[in-house]
Design a protein around this ligand. Structure first.
Ligand SMILES: [Zn+2]
Ligand SMILES: [Zn+2]
Length: 372
């Protein structure tokens, strides 16, 4: 079978930046050395690129899990160009196809079914005609977003300005242009690229599947460390509308923390979450499925299976009872709060009206006394 044609721009870009990061950076570190300013600035740039992809491209634009103030969107649009992962429109359209046709080798643009190399970077190195190309029909909402469209139209210029301009400016500030170009320019770009690419490759191969086995996505705490929380990919593929990926409080998900914190400042809003009950049900269902498989080999399999089914049904019943009551309790609390505020309002009005009446009484008395 004929191979798809190579996309030389991508091959050269990935190869050259990788070689500089792997050879040039260590050589410079050993011969000349980097200062603290270069290292800290590079970490900040790396974080900026990563968060623009995870909180911006992924959770805001591709999945619409929350709304963001234009200021935040501008910051992400520029950070996304700095991360050099194509425009937000293109990235999101691709990513929506990935979710819709996950693991389908003919449609998923970075299908894990085609192996580590293909899903990690191979899919960008050749022009695979067979794979569904984004025509942006699945991103009509984003085509109405002026910030996304501005970034899409000026993507190349923005990518060049940020990738050269930011390290150069930092180099001028620190007085070490070469050091900055190597660290905040190239090493930052290579790390940022591969950390994100790990989500398409490793997060579909390595890790646990606590919520679903319908697709290859895995939860992986180590990958979450490198990707600002995106490593909880099994949860994400089943509940993609949730603004959280690490749903438990102890899971490392700085993207979730950022979105939540920004909501307190009014910079993000409408944070979408999946009901707790649904998440617990999905997990219990997976546990049941696994326990069923394990029990089959036991001598008293039938009895054990019956017990499992009984306990599972009871668990679902108890869950329903608990979550229904919890919902009611929350509703009551809300009503109570409303009632409390209404009472406060009422008291204030009562005071005001009493004062008005008192003033008018005095006024009236003065008036009638004058005419008596
Ligand atoms: Zn996603
Ligand atoms: Zn995925």
């Amino acid at each position: 079978m004929k191979q798809a044609p190579i996309i030389w721009t991508n091959v050269l870009l990935f190869l050259l930046t990788f070689l500089i990061a792997a050879i040039g950076v260590p050589w410079y570190a050993l011969t000349i050395g980097f200062g603290w300013f270069e290292i800290v600035a590079t970490i900040i740039c790396l974080g900026y690129c990563g968060m623009s992809i995870s909180a911006g491209y992924h959770r805001l634009w591709a999945h619409k899990t929350y709304d963001a103030h234009p200021i935040i969107q501008w910051i992400f649009a520029i950070g996304g160009a700095f991360a050099l992962q194509n425009s937000a429109l293109h990235w999101s359209a691709d990513h929506r196809i990935h979710h819709r046709h996950v693991d389908n080798n003919d449609k998923d643009p970075y299908s894990a079914g085609k192996g580590f190399w293909y899903s990690h970077i191979g899919w960008m190195l050749r022009d695979y005609k067979g794979v569904e190309k984004p025509d942006y029909n699945n991103a009509r909402d984003l085509q109405k977003n002026p910030i996304v469209m501005w970034q899409h139209r000026h993507y190349l210029v923005l990518a060049i300005i940020t990738n050269f301009g930011i390290p150069l400016t930092l180099g001028l500030i620190s007085g070490n242009i070469m050091g900055m170009l190597l660290l905040a320019g190239v090493l930052r770009l290579v790390l940022s690229h591969h950390f994100t690419f790990f989500i398409n490759s490793l997060a579909h191969i390595w890790g646990k599947r606590p919520y679903t086995e319908q697709n290859s996505a895995r939860d992986n705490g180590f990958l979450a460390l490198l990707t600002y929380g995106e490593g909880y990919h099994n949860f994400h593929h089943i509940f993609e509308t949730d603004y959280r990926n690490g749903v438990k409080w102890y899971q490392f998900d700085p993207t979730k923390w950022f979105i939540k914190t920004a909501s307190w400042c009014g910079l993000t809003s409408n944070l979408r979450t999946v009901p707790e009950e649904k998440i617990e049900q999905a997990k219990a269902q997976m546990q049941l499925q696994r326990a069923r498989e394990n029990v089959k080999q036991r001598p008293n399999a039938e009895q054990l299976l019956q017990l499992l089914e009984q306990e599972y049904e009871l668990l679902l019943q108890r869950m329903q009872d608990y979550y229904t009551l919890k919902k009611e309790l929350l509703m009551q609390r809300k009503q109570k709060l409303v009632a409390h505020y209404q009472a406060v309002d009422f008291k204030q009005s009562y005071q005001e009206f009493r004062e008005h009446l008192q003033q008018q009484r005095q006024h009236w008395q003065r008036l009638v006394t004058a005419f008596s």
